[in-house]
Design a protein around this ligand. Structure first.
Ligand SMILES: NC(=O)c1ccc[n+]([C@@H]2O[C@H](COP(=O)([O-])OP(=O)(O)OC[C@H]3O[C@@H](n4cnc5c(N)ncnc54)[C@H](OP(=O)(O)O)[C@@H]3O)[C@@H](O)[C@H]2O)c1
Length: 256
C-alpha cells in the first residue's frame, strides 16, 4: 500500500514510516522538510497521487493558542480536500486521550477542531487517541516550570513509549477505516507529579517537582481521570522504568 505520513519526519512519524517500510508498504514521509506543506498546500497533490491511506501525525510548530488552532484548522482542511480529490480511502489521525475533556486548553481546542473536521469529511477515517509519550516528559516539565521548580497536579496518567504509539497507529493505518476513535495507553498508571519527578531525578535534573492540585496542564485544570483512557483501551508493553534507563544511557552517550 502507498501510505503518506504527514509529519513523517517527526518523533512518531519517523518511527511510523520505518515500521511501515519494514512491513513492505510504500511509506512516504511528508513534511515541509521533504517539500510537502499542509498549510500552503505545496507538494500535497503530488505526494497524495496514488495513495490509499494518509496518516496525519503532524504537530504545530507553535503551541500559542491562536497559532495552534490556525495550524490544525488550516492543515486539516487542506489535507482532507486534497485527499478527497486524490481518492484516498482512509484518513488516520493521531490525537490525545482526554482531548474532548480539555476545552479550556488552547492546544486541546485545536485538537478538538482537527477531530471535528475529520468526522465531518467524506473521507473514511480513524482517530487514534494516545496517552502522553514518555519522550514528552521533558516538554511537560518545561511547560510547568518556573525555573527552579515544576508545579504539577497529582492526577492519574498512563503514559506510553513513542515506539508503541507508532506501532498502534501503523496497525490502524493498514486496517479498514473505523469511523471511530480507538484509545491506546501505557501498561501502568502514575500520578503526573510522580511521573515527572522520576524522569527528572533519573536525569539528575535539579528542579524540584511541587505537588499542586490546582496546577494547570497546558492551560486546563485536570481532574483525577482526565488524562487516562477508558476500559476498552489497547495497552502497550513498554514500561517507564525500562524506557527511562535507556533514555538516561542515550543522553550519557550523546554528551560523551
Ligand atoms: N506529545 C504527546 O505526549 C502526545 C500524546 C498523544 C498524541 N500526540 C499527538 O501526536 C502528534 C505527533 O506529535 P510528535 O511529537 O510526533 O510531533 P513532532 O515530533 O513535533 O513532529 C511534527 C511533524 O509535523 C511536521 N509539520 C510541521 N508543520 C507542518 C506543515 N505545515 N505541513 C506538514 N507537516 C508539518 C513536522 O515537519 P518538519 O520537521 O519538517 O517541520 C514534523 O514532521 C501530534 O498531533 C500530537 O497532538 C502527542
Amino acid at each position: 500500500m502507498k501510505i503518506v505520513v504527514i509529519g513523517g519526519t517527526g518523533l512518531i512519524g519517523s518511527k511510523l514510516v520505518a515500521k511501515l517500510v519494514e512491513h513492505g508498504h510504500e511509506a512516504v514521509a511528508a513534511s515541509p522538510g521533504t517539500g510537502v506543506d499542509t498549510l500552503t498546500g505545496e507538494g500535497l497533490a503530488e505526494a497524495l497521487a496514488g495513495a490509499e491511506v494518509v496518516v496525519d501525525v503532524s504537530n504545530s510548530p507553535s503551541f500559542e493558542d491562536a497559532a495552534v488552532l490556525d495550524f490544525f484548522r488550516t492543515s486539516t482542511t487542506n489535507l482532507l480536500a486534497a485527499e478527497a480529490a486524490a481518492g484516498v480511502g482512509h484518513h488516520v489521525a493521531l490525537s490525545v486521550v482526554g482531548t474532548d475533556r480539555l476545552p479550556d486548553s488552547g492546544y486541546f481546542r485545536a485538537k478538538i477542531a482537527q477531530e471535528e473536521l475529520i468526522k465531518a469529511s467524506p473521507v473514511p477515517w480513524s482517530i487514534v487517541h494516545a496517552t502522553q509519550f514518555f519522550e514528552f516528559f521533558h516538554a511537560m516539565a518545561q511547560s510547568a516550570s518556573d525555573g527552579a521548580s515544576v508545579h504539577l497536579a497529582p492526577v492519574l496518567v498512563q503514559p506510553m513509549a513513542a515506539d508503541d504509539v507508532a506501532a498502534a497507529v501503523g496497525r490502524v493505518a493498514v486496517a479498514a477505516p473505523l469511523h471511530g476513535t480507538v484509545e491506546v495507553g501505557g501498561p501502568e498508571q502514575f500520578r503526573l507529579d510522580d511521573f515527572i519527578r522520576q524522569g527528572l531525578d533519573a536525569h539528575e535534573d535539579p528542579r524540584k517537582v511541587v505537588t499542586d492540585p490546582k496546577a494547570p496542564y497546558f492551560g486546563a485544570q485536570l481532574s483525577e481521570r482526565t488524562l487516562v483512557p477508558g476500559d476498552g483501551a489497547l495497552l502497550a508493553a513498554t514500561r517507564f522504568a525500562d524506557w527511562l534507563q535507556a533514555d538516561v544511557a542515550r543522553a550519557a552517550a550523546a554528551s560523551a
